[in-house]
Each structure stands twice: as structure tokens, then as C-alpha cells.
Design a protein around this ligand. Structure first.
Ligand SMILES: *[C@@H]1O[C@H](CO)[C@@H](O)[C@H](O)[C@H]1NC(C)=O
Ligand SMILES: *[C@@H]1O[C@H](CO)[C@@H](O)[C@H](O)[C@H]1NC(C)=O
Ligand SMILES: *[C@@H]1O[C@H](CO)[C@@H](O)[C@H](O)[C@H]1NC(C)=O
Ligand SMILES: *[C@@H]1O[C@H](CO)[C@@H](O)[C@H](O)[C@H]1NC(C)=O
Ligand SMILES: *[C@@H]1O[C@H](CO)[C@@H](O)[C@H](O)[C@H]1NC(C)=O
Ligand SMILES: *[C@@H]1O[C@H](CO)[C@@H](O)[C@H](O)[C@H]1NC(C)=O
Ligand SMILES: *[C@@H]1O[C@H](CO)[C@@H](O)[C@H](O)[C@H]1NC(C)=O
Ligand SMILES: *[C@@H]1O[C@H](CO)[C@@H](O)[C@H](O)[C@H]1NC(C)=O
Length: 910
């Protein structure tokens, strides 16, 4: 009921702008053919010179706007008889063809805006009986006869900007269903008594637009035929004071409810300006943009039913207690930029708003006035909302217990003091605002420690917005003790860096808090208990702080798991915090979290299942990190139900282990929106994929890899084994053969027989020793010789005439055992080691016998032994290894052992 325009205009706008199809999109994506979807064909902006003939025949809407059509021959539309909407605006059409509506019998909307239609005759639209919208704005219309008389169903007629010389669109009564008529921007300056007679029976006409015309004369009774009119738009009419008072007189007694008198140069209002409107039920008056300086006392005295008054964008000098007299029904007073610094600073005198006892909303945005006193807002007994945002009132610089005291009688619920240059809030500044639920203090310069007393008396307060206060506010533990009902608290870009590092936490009294914004504060220290007790916290904004250290595993005392108290969180923002680690337990238990933002951090390798509890996640943002791998161990749970994924601008590593699962998931998911997937998700490594989209990575290549991988492993193992064997055979082959032989002998029992043994050999042992040790041999071994036991000593027993090597070999062959007298010197003797030892061992191996005896005069390392003699202790039986005892009394035992070693059978198996 308020004003029909409100309901009609938007519809008009929506239809006008959306009916022709997505104009705005067209500019973005250059198209070269019609876009058809759901029976709606968009052929706009195609430089067409004729109607396309190849569209689906069942389309109901066709947009041909912004082309080069010179006409629309009905024949060209014959293929589309079902059309209900036709938009041919912004072409060069000169004529509306009479056959058009015959071809399109169902046509309801015809938009021919911005063409060159000149003559319009009744015959041209005679058959358009189903038409409800006809837009002929911006043509060169010259009406002949009664062109609109056939349009029985027409609701909206727009003939604005047509150089029409009269408002009289016909002589007979017609257009019985017309709701809105737009005559704006035409050339007539006089409104005659009978101009609207053709609308006499248009009982539904509600909106008349006659903006931007130089109407000078209004004949008495000119509105009488349309006295049911509810909304009149006269913006930009240059009619002078006299013309204006005539206009009001003509409106007197009509059903008018809303008038738009913008840009009409109404510089001064007096107590007679609106007098004639007394006999109306006007509820809505917009007199913004009028360069209005003076509002005389009692100017609105006549508008007792007015509910909304728009005074925005004027230069009003002064308000006093008589200015708003009579506005006893006023609910909303909109004064954005109505009081501004000009040559003067406007004044709001005491009790200026007192007459407005019904006022609920007072908007003083972007205004300036000398001061606010203890009586400025007195009498606003219904006021619920006061908006003084971005205003310049010196009284607000320091708010104290007097500043807002004039609002004591108002049931104020919302106070908007955004951007009012507040620098200080004294104790009990808001204590009179017992009903206040929302306090906005954003964008000020508040510089103080909040002790808690500032908010004393705000018994009903639920939301305090205090963001953008220059990071000059400090907190103490009691800062919010007086506002325990708080649900929303924003302190973004407001706090000093250490403000929240308190015990107990300043937020601990706020048990009902659901929204906390601490972003942009450079906070580096948070205590684990900061959010303790905030069981209902749903939104936590911590972006643009410095919290990286708190989550480092190297942090002294371990990572600070400050989220463990806020398990109801739905939204968590921690972007731009320099985070390079997320502790395994940091996001534990956040089963309600739907929205997680960790973008613009330095996250690289994420621990398995750090997101494991985030079953409800719908939106995750990890953009601009250093993530290389997207592994199922980390991402399977959080991505399982996601609807929006933002992870672009990471240096992805495109290998099977790191990206295959992700690419497969991206290919399979159809529920998730991933913006920029094709061109913003790029591989950084390996080189082969550098700067290519991860979507170019072929997961199938990983599957094909599996047999190759097996093959690869098999071949490489084989090659390595072959190499190892070759090396072993080359350097340790003798030993293998040696053990092999032992094994064979043991199993198959090859051996020398007892009887044969003794006879076969001349000597019991061939003694190998260093030159230096001959004396030891002489003193210690030679005495052992007797009938039963003979040693072969090379010096003594070599066969004369034989070369030394041959002699050695021959003697060895004739000895049953070979006895090494091991000393360091022996091992260093190249002749001995290279030749004698090698042959001794060679023989030993050849003969498959266990014939070597080592007698150690010194302790010799096994390693040296093996290097020189190619023998290790472990290769011999323990009884064949003898140590020359240090203690004399053990010499007999040594002899005994030696004899046992010599006397033993060479058979390996006893
Ligand atoms: C108007 O539209 C109706 C269907 O909505 C159709 O039946 C009728 O024939 C049309 N009228 C004319 C004159 O074409
Ligand atoms: C209107 O103002 C004039 C003086 O400016 C005054 O004489 C007259 O009484 C006022 N009329 C009303 C109705 O207040
Ligand atoms: C104003 O509204 C009242 C009832 O609300 C009605 O009786 C009266 O006729 C209306 N006045 C005009 C001028 O329409
Ligand atoms: C408070 O004022 C600011 C600035 O004019 C505006 O953007 C905001 O919407 C207002 N807030 C409320 C809740 O009215
Ligand atoms: C606010 O008003 C004071 C004087 O009233 C003036 O000095 C100052 O420049 C104004 N500030 C703004 C932002 O308009
Ligand atoms: C306002 O504050 C001043 C000092 O800050 C104090 O003396 C005075 O009593 C307070 N007035 C009210 C009404 O609280
Ligand atoms: C304002 O608060 C008072 C008490 O604090 C209460 O009696 C009154 O009903 C409230 N008014 C509104 C409009 O809520
Ligand atoms: C929290 O809210 C509930 C209901 O919304 C209310 O009953 C309770 O008193 C509030 N608690 C505090 C401390 O304000």
C-alpha cells in the first residue's frame, strides 16, 4: 500500500534488463551466434541486419537488441509463432509493421526502445490485443489517430523521450488496464484539462512519470480523469514555485500516496508549499537533490499521514523545533547528506526532532552539524535506529555520559557511529541506551584501554562492531564484563598486538558469543584458553595476524591448541598468518566446520589426517601456499563433501605419488566448484610438467606404470645381483669354492682314507715362516721331530739343484699339513705371502682338504691375515689355530695341541 512504484519499478527494471538476455555477459564473452536456452533466444549485439531464421521454432522470447535491423518484416518472424516477448531495442527500425502481431498472436511484451519509429497508427498495433508491455521510449513518435485504442490488455506503456507535444495519446477513452504510464522527457509544457481524458476509465492507473520536462502550466482539473493515481514522479521538472504550487493544488483530493520531487530546485520550503497536499493521504515524499537551504517553520504541518520523508542531498542550513512540526506519523526520516558543510556549518537546534514521536529510523549519514547537545534527540520516543555514520560532529570526538543522554527516552536498538572520528569513549557513555542491541563503532580512531566501564548499562547489547580503529585499542581482562549477552564482537584492525594475551581472557565473560573478529591485528600471542567457555562460537576470524609460531612443533611448550575450546566453529579464517605448520591436533573435533580459509600462508607438507575430523566442510581455501602434494591421507575427508574448493596458486608436484589421487578426484567430482581449475592449478615440478595445468596430468599413466614398475624392479634386481655375483666370484670365488667343496665333501663323504694317508706323505708338516722366525722354529719346533713326526723346513729340506719355487711346491706336495708361523713380519714378506701362501692355500683347496695350521707368535688382526694369506680364522677348525703361549708353563700344553693338530686325520668329518 505504501507506494506502488516500489513494487512496480523494480519489476519493470528487472524485465527491461533481463528480458533482453544477459547483456552484461555479452560484453565479457564475445559471441558470434545466438544463445538459446530454455526457449529464450539471445541474439543481441551481433550486428544482425535481419532476423535469424535458424532458431528453434518453439522459442517464446527473442532478443534482437543492439543490432542493425532496419525493420522487422512479419515474414521473418513467421518461424516463431509462439513468441511472447520480442526485444528489438537499439536498432534502426523506422516502422512497426501492421502484420507483426498477426504473425505473433501471443506477443505480450514488445520493446522497441531506441529506434527511429516515426508515425504510429492504429493499424500498426491493431492486432496486438494480447500485448501487456509496450516500450516505445526514445523514438521519434508522431501519433496518428488512436494508435493504442486496441490495446485492451496493456499494463505498461512507455513513450518517454519522444518529442511528443502533448500528453494526450488519444481522444477516445482507452487502455482500461493501464497501470503505469511513462511520459517523461517529452516536449510538452502544458497539461490541459482534457489531456488525460483518454484514461478516464483506466481505474487501475497507479504510476505516472512526467520527469525531466518543463511543465509550466497545469490547467485546473488536469488530474481529475486519473484521480486514482498513487504515485507521481516529477523528478527534474523545472516548473518554478508557481508551477509547483499549481501541481500540489491539482493533486489535492486525489488518491496520491507517493511523490518524487527530486531535482526540482525546491530551494526553500515554506508553510504553504505543501499546504495543498493536506487533502491527500500522502505517505511518501522524496524531495532529495533539491539544493534545499531553508525549511521554513511548519513546512510539513500538512502532511500528518506522511510515513517516509527523504531529504537527502540538500544543503539545509538549520533544523529547529518547528521544522518537522506536524509529521506525527513519520516513521523514517532519511537525511543522508542533507546537512553538509557549505559556507556555513549547519545547526541542529535543541528539540528539533521532538515532533517526530512516531519516528523509528533517523538516518543522518554523512551529515555535519555544530554540536550534539543534551537535547538534540529529545522526544524521539519511538526511535529504534539512529545512523550517524561518516558524519562530522565534533561532539562525538570524545563520547561521555552526556553526549547521547538525549536518547534516554528512545527505545533505540541500533546506533551506527561508523566513521565519526571518535577517539575516546568515557565510562558509561552508552548507559542510557538500555534497549540498544547493536552498536557500530567501526572506522574510528578510538585510542584507549577498554576497561569495561565504557559499555556499562548496555543491558541488551548483542552486537558490537569496532573494526578498523587503527590498532590502538588495548584490552584488559574485564573489558567485556558488562556485556555478557554479546553475540557478535568485531575487533578487526583495532587491537594492539598484545591486547588479547591476557589471563583470564578478556572474552571469558562472553559465553553467548557466536562471532568474533580479531583479524588484521598483528597478534602473535594467543593463550590456549583465549576461547575457553565460548561454547557457541561459530565464526572466528583470525586472518592477517602473526600466529605462525603458535602452531610450530618447535614452539616452547609445544603448539598452542587454542581451538580446542571452540568445537562449534562453522567458519574459521586464518589466512595470511605465515603458517608453515598445522599441528596434528590443531583442528581436532571441529566436526561442524563448514568454511575453512588457510590461504596465503606458507603451508607445505601437511600431516596425515590433520583435517580428519572436518566431516562437515563445504568450503576450503588453501590458495597461495606452498603445497606440492595433495594426498588422500590428508584430503580425503575434507574433500568428501566439499562444494567450493580454492587451492590454486600452489607449486604442485605432478607425479603419481603426489597428484594422481587429486587429479582423479577432480575428474570425478561434479558437486564441487573449483574456480580457475584449468589455468590456475599449475605444476611446478617435474620439469616435464612445469607451468602446465595439473589437469593435463594423466592419472592413467600411473596405472600403466604398475607392470612397468614391477618389470623395472625385477630387472634392476637381476642386474644388481649379477653384478654382485660377478664381484663375489672375482674376489671371493676361491672361498665359495672352498666352502662348496667342504659342503660337498661333508655330504658325499669324499675323503682320504686313514691307511693311505700316512704313506702318501713324506712329511707331517711343511713349515712356512719368516726369515726372522727361523730361530724360533729351530728352538721350538725342531725338538718335536722324531720317528713319528717330521717337518719340512725349506732351508733344510729343499732338494738341491731344483729351483726354489719348484722345490717349495714339491715339498708342499709331500707334506700332509702346512703350518704357518704367523707374525707381522711373515705377513709383510711379499715372497712368502704372494707365492708360498697362495700355493699352500691353492693346494688346500685343490685337494679339498683341511690341512692348514696357523701358529700365532703374535696377535695378528684377522683383516691383515686375510689380506696377506687369504685366510681367516673362521675358515679353519678351532684346533688348527694355535697361539704360542706367553707363559712358559703352558708350552707343554701348546706342544700337545700342536701334535693333536698334526696327528689329526685330514678328513673333514671325524
Ligand atoms: C491471445 O493469447 C491467447 C492465448 O494466451 C490466444 O488464445 C489468443 O488467440 C490471442 N489473441 C489474439 C487476438 O491473437
Ligand atoms: C506561515 O508563516 C507566516 C509567516 O511566515 C505566518 O504569518 C503564518 O501564520 C504561518 N501559517 C501557519 C499556518 O503557520
Ligand atoms: C484518506 O484515507 C481515508 C481512510 O484511510 C479515506 O477515508 C480518505 O478518503 C482518503 N483521502 C483521500 C483524499 O483519498
Ligand atoms: C552503518 O553505517 C555504515 C556506513 O554508512 C553502513 O555501511 C552500514 O550498513 C551501517 N550498518 C547498519 C547495521 O546499519
Ligand atoms: C569536520 O568539521 C570540522 C569543523 O566542524 C572541520 O574542521 C573538519 O575538517 C571536518 N572534517 C571532515 C572530515 O569533514
Ligand atoms: C558523568 O561523569 C562525570 C564524571 O565523569 C560524573 O561526575 C557524573 O556524575 C556522571 N553523570 C552521570 C549522570 O552519570
Ligand atoms: C526498552 O527497555 C525497557 C527496559 O529496559 C523495556 O521496558 C521496554 O519495553 C523496552 N522497549 C522496547 C521497545 O523494547
Ligand atoms: C545466552 O543466551 C541464552 C538464550 O539465548 C540466554 O538465556 C542466556 O541468559 C544468555 N547468557 C548470557 C550470559 O547472557
Amino acid at each position: 500500500m505504501m507506494h506502488v512504484l516500489n513494487s512496480l519499478l523494480p519489476t519493470m527494471i528487472i524485465i527491461c534488463y533481463f528480458m533482453p538476455g544477459p547483456h552484461t555477459c555479452v560484453a565479457l564473452q564475445k559471441k558470434n551466434s545466438c544463445h538459446v536456452h530454455d526457449g529464450i533466444a539471445d541474439c543481441s549485439h551481433l550486428s544482425l541486419t535481419a532476423v535469424p531464421s535458424d532458431l528453434p521454432s518453439n522459442i517464446i522470447s527473442l532478443d534482437l537488441s543492439h543490432n542493425r535491423l532496419k525493420g522487422i518484416p512479419p515474414v521473418s518472424l513467421a518461424p516463431y509463432p509462439g513468441l511472447r516477448r520480442l526485444i528489438v531495442s537499439h536498432n534502426s527500425i523506422t516502422k512497426l509493421d501492421p502484420g507483426l502481431c498477426q504473425t505473433l498472436p501471443l506477443l505480450q511484451t514488445l520493446n522497441m526502445e531506441h529506434n527511429q519509429v516515426y508515425v504510429l497508427k492504429k493499424e500498426d498495433v491493431n492486432h496486438c490485443t494480447n500485448l501487456t508491455w509496450l516500450i516505445m521510449a526514445s523514438n521519434k513518435l508522431k501519433l496518428q489517430g488512436e494508435p493504442f485504442s486496441a490495446l485492451q490488455r496493456l499494463k505498461v506503456l512507455d513513450v518517454s523521450l519522444n518529442k511528443l507535444r502533448s500528453a494526450k495519446l488519444g481522444t477516445q477513452t482507452q487502455l482500461p488496464n493501464l497501470v503505469s504510464l511513462n511520459l517523461a522527457l517529452n516536449d510538452f509544457t502544458t497539461l490541459k484539462k482534457d489531456d488525460f481524458l483518454f484514461l478516464e476509465h483506466s481505474s487501475s492507473l497507479l504510476v505516472l512519470n512526467m520527469s525531466f520536462m518543463s511543465l509550466k502550466t497545469l490547467e485546473p482539473g488536469c488530474f481529475t480523469p486519473i484521480s486514482g493515481l498513487r504515485t507521481l514522479i516529477m523528478d527534474g521538472s523545472n516548473m518554478g514555485t508557481l508551477g509547483f504550487s499549481e501541481l500540489c493544488s491539482e493533486l489535492s483530493g486525489t488518491a496520491i500516496e507517493a511523490v518524487y520531487f527530486r531535482k526540482m530546485k525546491l530551494a526553500t520550503l515554506t508553510n504553504t508549499t505543501f499546504k495543498a497536499l493536506q487533502k491527500t493521504n500522502l505517505t511518501y515524499l522524496d524531495i532529495s537533490h533539491n539544493d534545499m537551504v531553508t525549511i521554513g517553520d511548519g513546512s510539513f504541518l500538512w502532511l500528518s499521514r506522511l510515513q517516509t520523508l527523504i531529504l537527502s542531498d540538500n544543503i539545509i542550513k538549520q533544523l529547529n523545533k518547528n521544522t518537522f512540526q506536524g509529521l506525527k506519523s513519520l516513521k523514517k526520516l532519511q537525511m543522508t547528506k542533507a546537512l553538509v558543510k557549505h559556507h556555513y556549518i549547519p545547526t541542529i537546534e535543541d528539540f528539533s526532532f521532538q515532533p517526530l514521536s512516531a519516528l523509528e529510523s533517523l538516518i543522518l549519514q554523512k551529515t555535519a552539524a555544530q554540536k550534539i547537545t543534551e537535547h538534540t534527540f529529545t522526544g524521539l520516543t519511538s526511535l529504534k535506529e539512529l545512523d550517524m555514520s561518516w558524519s562530522n560532529y565534533t561532539s562525538l570526538r570524545i563520547i561521555n555520559n552526556k553526549t547521547l543522554v538525549s536518547l534516554a527516552g528512545s527505545p533505540l536498538r541500533k546506533l551506527n557511529l561508523t566513521g565519526t572520528a571518535i577517539s575516546q569513549i568515557d565510562p558509561q557513555s552508552f548507559s542510557v541506551l538500555k534497549n540498544l542491541t547493536m552498536l557500530l563503532l567501526n572506522n574510528n580512531f578510538i585510542k584507549q584501554i577498554l576497561t569495561g566501564k565504557e559499555f556499562e548499562g548496555l543491558d541488551q547489547i548483542e552486537e558490537i562492531y569496532m573494526s578498523n580503529n587503527q590498532q590502538t585499542v588495548n584490552l584488559i581482562s574485564t573489558s567485556f564484563v558488562n556485556v555478557p549477552n554479546l553475540r557478535v564482537l568485531t575487533l578487526g584492525k583495532t587491537l594492539k598486538a598484545e591486547a588479547v594475551n591476557l589471563d583470564p581472557s578478556p572474552f571469558s565473560p562472553l559465553t553467548n558469543l557466536t562471532f568474533l573478529d580479531l583479524s588484521n591485528n598483528n597478534i602473535a600471542n594467543i593463550r590456549e584458553d583465549m576461547l575457553k567457555g565460548l561454547a557457541y562460537l561459530k565464526v572466528l576470524k583470525l586472518q592477517h595476524n602473526n600466529l605462525a609460531r603458535l602452531w610450530k612443533s618447535a614452539n616452547l611448550g609445544g603448539p598452542v591448541l587454542f581451538l580446542k575450546h571452540s568445537l562449534s566453529l562453522v567458519t574459521l579464517q586464518m589466512d595470511s598468518n605465515g603458517l608453515d605448520e598445522i599441528p596434528a591436533e590443531a583442528l581436532r573435533g571441529l566436526g561442524n566446520l563448514r568454511n575453512l580459509n588457510l590461504s596465503s600462508n606458507l603451508l607445505n607438507s601437511l600431516k596425515d589426517s590433520i583435517f580428519g575430523d572436518l566431516n562437515s566442510l563445504r568450503v576450503i581455501n588453501l590458495q597461495k601456499n606452498l603445497i606440492t602434494a595433495v594426498r588422500p591421507e590428508v584430503f580425503k575427508t575434507p574433500l568428501s563433501n566439499i562444494s567450493l574448493l580454492v587451492m590454486d596458486k600452489n607449486p604442485f608436484d605432478c607425479t603419481c605419488e603426489t597428484i594422481m589421487w587429486f587429479v582423479t578426484w577432480l575428474n570425478e567430482t561434479n558437486m564441487t566448484h573449483v574456480p580457475g581449475l584449468r589455468d590456475q592449478y599449475l605444476c611446478n615440478t617435474p620439469l616435464a610438467y612445469f607451468n602446465r595445468s595439473i589437469m593435463e596430468f594423466d592419472p592413467l599413466s600411473c596405472k600403466d606404470m604398475t607392470p612397468f614398475q614391477t618389470l623395472y624392479i625385477l630387472t634392476s634386481t637381476a642386474v644388481i645381483m649379477l653384478m654382485v655375483s660377478a664381484f663375489v666370484v672375482r674376489y671371493q670365488g676361491w672361498r665359495i669354492r672352498f666352502y662348496w667343496n667342504i659342503l660337498i665333501n661333508r655330504t658325499l663323504g669324499f675323503s682320504d682314507t686313514h691307511a693311505a694317508e700316512g704313506q702318501e706323505f713324506e712329511y707331517d708338516a711343511y713349515i712356512i715362516h719368516a726369515e726372522q722366525d727361523s730361530s724360533w722354529v729351530e728352538r721350538r719346533l725342531s725338538p718335536l721331530e722324531n720317528d713319528m713326526c717330521r717337518f719340512c723346513l725349506e732351508d733344510r729340506d729343499s732338494l738341491p739343484g731344483m729351483s726354489q719355487p719348484d722345490s717349495i711346491l714339491d715339498n708342499m706336495r709331500r707334506s700332509r699339513k702346512i703350518l704357518f708361523v704367523v707374525t707381522e713380519t711373515l705377513l709383510k714378506d711379499p715372497w712368502c705371502t704372494r707365492f708360498i701362501a697362495q700355493h699352500a692355500i691353492h693346494r688346500d683347496i685343490e685337494a679339498n682338504r683341511d690341512s692348514v695350521i696357523l701358529v700365532f707368535l703374535q696377535d695378528v688382526h684377522d683383516y691383515k691375515l686375510s689380506r696377506s694369506l687369504y685366510l681367516r680364522r673362521g675358515m679353519l677348525r678351532p684346533c688348527c689355530i694355535l697361539d704360542w703361549p706367553v707363559h712358559k708353563e703352558r708350552v707343554p700344553a701348546f706342544h700337545q695341541k700342536l701334535l693333536m693338530a698334526l696327528g689329526m686325520t685330514n678328513r673333514l668329518k671325524d
